[in-house]
Ligand binder design. Structure first.
Ligand code: NDP
Length: 435
């Protein structure tokens, strides 16, 4: 706290991690020496820079951007870029820190990083977004590379933004290499990358439920968000026979008691990704649904909950409401969406809880597969990538079981994910000596 004043989100992420890992470190001498935890909480470096761009009225605008290169012990830095007015260094440090362990869990050779800007893409024209992305990449390009650091998307950075960023990177370097992931299919992107985080959340949840002799088919679900992760999570839940009751955005949530079926979901994808509309417009089209402004969807009774919007969007009161309504399991699609107190309450009430590091690792895993395809200059089929994604999520689940099996016989997926990720990164750092 003294070294990183006022970085509340970063403190929260480190605290959750060390609470899991500390007992393991104390029991395993090889990690107790060398201040490994202290070294792991210090990023390798942070690049901070100014991004100037011209808006459609000819005014010069100025934003701040960061790249937090947290740890490259097991592979080149890898992690998304976030464009949102609320972005701070603390948020990017927490995201970069968690990315290290998530990436380790995938079994692929990827270190952890995160970046972004306080730029707000909402209400900007395509040309303004393009000029911003080109300006940001003009500086960022000197810090990244296909064997150094490979950014991807996150909140506010989707297919459009990645295309502008990659186009500028290619122009500056005169090289066509896979330095960004999430690219369009016609220029080196991977099939299933857009779907991967949401699908992966459902694959992980299915594993977790199956391990506890519970079927996914026939359950009901509430989801927060209506972006990339939320909508593909909803799509895969429908495939698995789950009834999806709610989705949200930052203006409120919609509740559709009839269920959001695949035709409604298709329309929502157009609304959010093409028309860039608001979730409230759903009730104009489907009047049997209700819109609840400025509220979160956790008051809706459902078997399963999937927070897929942003950090700290599910607090202890939300957790109480879900538990009172009989929720069986929760899987984090977003990063750190659940507050520490809420996580503890779920665990105390024996609700199955899948933490982000494990549950949402499918996105970065398929980004890793995109890098592999770029490196060998081949494109795998949809089925091949989806099968690999399923295997990776299964592997992550088995690592959680290996390290999260408590002395009381209960499984803590939080401890399992943290310790398994820690072991992989720490072993590499210790092998390198003092660095
Ligand atoms: P998108 O930008 O596609 O969607 C974000 C969604 O969350 C939107 O519906 C947005 O609503 C809502 N949202 C954003 N900020 C807030 C807020 N402060 N309060 C309430 N709602 C908010 O992002 P993604 O779907 O890509 O990312 C969602 C989460 O998943 C993030 O935590 C991200 O880090 C995580 N994640 C994403 C991965 C990916 O592959 N994309 C991989 C792993 C994790 P609105 O449109 O109104 O702003």
């Amino acid at each position: 706290v003294e070294r990183n004043p006022a970085e509340y989100e970063f403190h929260q992420a480190v605290r959750e991690f060390t609470e899991s890992v500390m007992p393991f470190v104390m029991d395993n001498e090889e990690y107790a020496d060398g201040h490994i935890l202290q070294r792991m909480t210090e990023p390798d470096r942070i690049v901070i820079f100014r991004v100037c761009w011209e808006n459609d009225e000819g005014h010069i605008c100025c934003n701040r951007a960061w790249r937090v290169q947290f740890n490259n012990a097991i592979g080149p830095y890898k992690g998304g870029l976030r464009f949102h007015p609320g972005v701070t260094q603390s948020i990017l440090k927490f995201l970069g820190f968690e990315q290290v362990y998530k990436n380790a869990l995938t079994g692929l050779p990827m270190g952890g990083a995160k970046g972004g800007s306080n730029f707000d893409p909402k209400g900007k024209s395509d040309r303004e977004v393009m000029r911003f992305c080109q300006s940001l990449m003009t500086e960022l390009s000197r810090h990244i590379g296909e064997d150094t650091d490979i950014p991807a998307g996150d909140i506010g950075v989707g297919a459009r933004e990645i295309s502008y960023l990659f186009g500028q990177y290619k122009r500056l370097n005169n090289r066509f290499v896979g330095t960004l992931t999430g690219k369009g299919l016609s220029f080196g992107g991977s099939l299933i990358r857009s779907e991967a985080t949401g699908y992966g959340v459902v694959y992980f949840t299915k594993q977790m439920l199956a391990h506890h002799d519970i079927q996914l088919d026939g359950k009901s679900a509430v989801i927060s968000g209506s972006g990339n992760v939320a909508l593909f999570c909803a799509e895969k839940l429908l495939d698995e026979g789950v009834k999806v009751l709610a989705l949200s955005d930052s203006s409120g949530f919609i509740h559709d008691p009839d269920g959001i079926d695949s035709e409604k979901l298709h329309w929502l994808r157009e609304l959010k990704f093409v028309m860039r509309g608001r979730i409230s417009e759903y009730v104009d089209r489907y009047p049997s649904a209700d819109f609840f402004p400025d509220q979160r969807p956790w008051v809706i009774k459902a078997d399963l909950a999937f927070p897929c919007a942003t950090q700290n969007e599910l607090d202890i009161n939300d957790a109480k409401a879900l538990i009172d309504n009989g929720v069986i399991a929760l899987a984090e699609g977003a990063n750190m969406p659940t507050t520490l107190e809420a996580v503890r309450l779920f665990q105390d009430n024996e609700i199955l809880f899948a933490p982000a590091k494990a549950a949402n690792a499918g996105g970065v895993a398929v980004s890793g597969l995109e890098q592999s395809q770029n490196a060998i200059r081949l494109a795998w089929t949809r089925e091949e990538v989806d099968e690999k994604l399923k295997q990776i999520m299964k592997h992550i689940h088995s690592q959680c079981l290996q390290y999260g099996n408590g002395s009381d016989g209960k499984i803590s997926y939080v401890d399992g994910a943290n310790i398994a990720g820690f072991v992989k990164a720490a072993d590499a750092m210790l092998a390198y000596g003092i660095a």
